[in-house]
Design a protein around this ligand. Sequence first.
Ligand code: HEM
Length: 134
Amino acid sequence: MKNGNDTKNNSQPTLFERLGKTEGIASIVDDVIETHMNNPVIQKRFLPLKEQPEHLALIRQHTIDFFSAGSGGQAQYSGKEMPAAHKGMNIRPEEYMEVVDDIMLILDKHQIDDDSKKDVLAILWSLKGMIVAQ
Ligand code: HEM
């Protein structure tokens, strides 16, 4: 259709859909958190959350909502903005790269296609300045 009235049926799936919607994103987030906890470069940042299960559950839900909202889903993100969420952590660029690598590894494990991986990478890259050295 040329006039765009049929965009809903003709449009490509959103990134949210390509990541498996809420269920797929929740499963990706769970695997990413576990991978971070086993990554020797960044595990110190995440392991303390194991001792605070309620706080961990909140961070997990916020992260699911963050990626859902940012990829075209309907979720409302109610966590902190990125600079505030990482304030005082003084995250090094190397640590940021480990987080990105872990996420790419898990996207592979979930058989997310290359274009969608690039879309996620672009989002992560756009946030780098709000996360490193805050
Ligand atoms: C682009 C990459 C990143 C994104 C999109 C991201 C996203 C988030 C989100 C959405 C939250 C939840 C905030 C809230 O609940 O208010 C969070 C918390 C957290 N992030 Fe990140 N993050 C990134 C990189 C990093 C890096 C590189 C580290 C450290 C190596 C890190 C460590 C943490 C920790 C420890 C928390 C929990 C903070 C707390 O206990 O309140 N993040 N992040």
